[in-house]
Ligand binder design. Structure first.
Ligand code: ADP
Ligand code: MG
Length: 240
């Protein structure tokens, strides 16, 4: 689904990512772990074109998204992104937050967008908050609403950047529960997370990022139980 070749990203003099090569297949759930500042967010933001890579190629469904004539808005619709901070529109009700993209960008009729929005809110356990405003929701509820809003755009892949890091500890599991459900439904996802038990359970592959790239990757068992390289071992030892 996504092929990444020779991806590098610098901010001025600061080189953050160097020569990343990987492929993400349909239905994979990839957890991205690694020390703070190693470039995890930058990597996701390059894939979603929130940052422009300095060099390299990213193909989605065989289309090079960095080509001059690439359909960037079409691409953004294929990829959903869920952030640490929920980014809901505070002046809109939850259902209106969910309908906005489908109606304005996908040109879906309002009634259909409403019906589909209701289904996604039900899926994330927020049927009772359909007509609430974001400020009336807890952090965990806001993040579940933000996930439902992302799903309402029917993305082929969803990128999560530390979706539970801004949450009160009591609310982490309700959000991880929703992501687990999406994984069991077969949604393709890349998830930057510090929740190691979750990463172990939910992932098909784990990327450990360090030294400006994917330093080591493997199954959850390989990375968490039998890391091969020095820095991966040190990281896993420190967090377990
Ligand atoms: P992580 O998500 O792994 O914590 P980031 O991708 O956020 O790491 O950041 C990697 C490095 O890039 C850090 O040194 C950070 O300060 C730097 N960085 C990230 N975004 C920018 C930016 N827009 N401008 C300059 N430096 C940036
Ligand atoms: Mg980050």
């Amino acid at each position: 689904m996504i092929t990444i070749k020779g991806l590098s990203k610098s901010f001025g003099e600061l080189s953050v990512l160097e020569n990343i090569n990987t492929e993400i297949k349909e239905g994979e759930v990839i957890s991205i772990i690694g020390p703070s500042g190693c470039g995890k967010s930058t990597f996701l933001r390059c894939i979603n074109l929130l940052e422009t890579p300095t060099t390299g190629e990213i193909s989605v469904d065989g289309q090079n998204i960095l080509a001059k004539n690439a359909d960037v808005s079409g691409l953004r619709q294929k990829m959903g992104m869920v952030f640490q901070s929920f980014n809901l529109f505070s002046h809109l009700m939850i259902i209106e937050n969910l309908m906005l993209g489908p109606v304005n960008l996908l040109k879906i009729p309002k009634q259909q967008a409403y019906d589909e929005g209701m289904r996604f809110l039900e899926m994330v356990g927020l049927k009772s908050k359909v007509y609430a405003f974001p400020d009336e929701l807890s952090g965990g509820q806001k993040q579940r609403a933000a996930i439902a809003r992302t799903l309402a755009m029917k993305p082929q892949i969803v990128l999560f950047d530390e979706p539970t890091s801004a949450l009160d500890p009591t609310m982490v599991s309700e959000v991880l529960g929703v992501i687990r459900k999406l994984a069991s439904n077969g949604l393709t996802m890349m998830i930057v997370t510090h929740e190691m038990k979750f990463a172990r359970d939910v992932s098909s592959r784990v990327f450990y990022m360090d030294e400006k790239g994917i330093y080591e990757e493997g199954s959850p068992e390989q990375i968490f139980d039998h890391p091969q390289k020095t820095k991966t071992r040190a990281f896993i030892k420190k967090i377990s």
